[in-house]
Design a protein around this ligand. Sequence first.
Ligand code: ZN
Length: 141
Amino acid sequence: MSQHPRTSAFAPTPDPLTPDRDVTHQHFRAGETVVVLKGVAGGELWGDSMRVVAPSWHTPTDEDGWRLRDATGGAQSYVTAHPRYLVHLSRRCPDCVIHLRAMEDALLARFAGREELIDCGWYTTTALGHLVHIADIRGGR
Ligand SMILES: [Zn+2]
């Protein structure tokens, strides 16, 4: 996993896997470290590393989510995310490793040879602090 390099580029790219990922709420526990994958940098996936704080309702999907703390988040240090957005960093669990490998397979070749940070633009944060995937934004909400 890369740290954030200085330069970045925005590259609208479909997320091939996250919207259909099947992961339960109880797959995660408070205290674990997770990453929300956001793009590619220097030939590796990159994302925001966060700590799982507590169960929290994820309003954009009307499903159980997790409150997360982003140590580098500034004014938005806390966000609520759906479990399928999260990948374990604190333990090498098979489910998350498979997802990570599949994301690498789908994305790294596409951005081969690009060194800058590429934000694929999959996530936004609502005014109420909910992290929402572009596939979960439904009309009129
Ligand atoms: Zn996992």
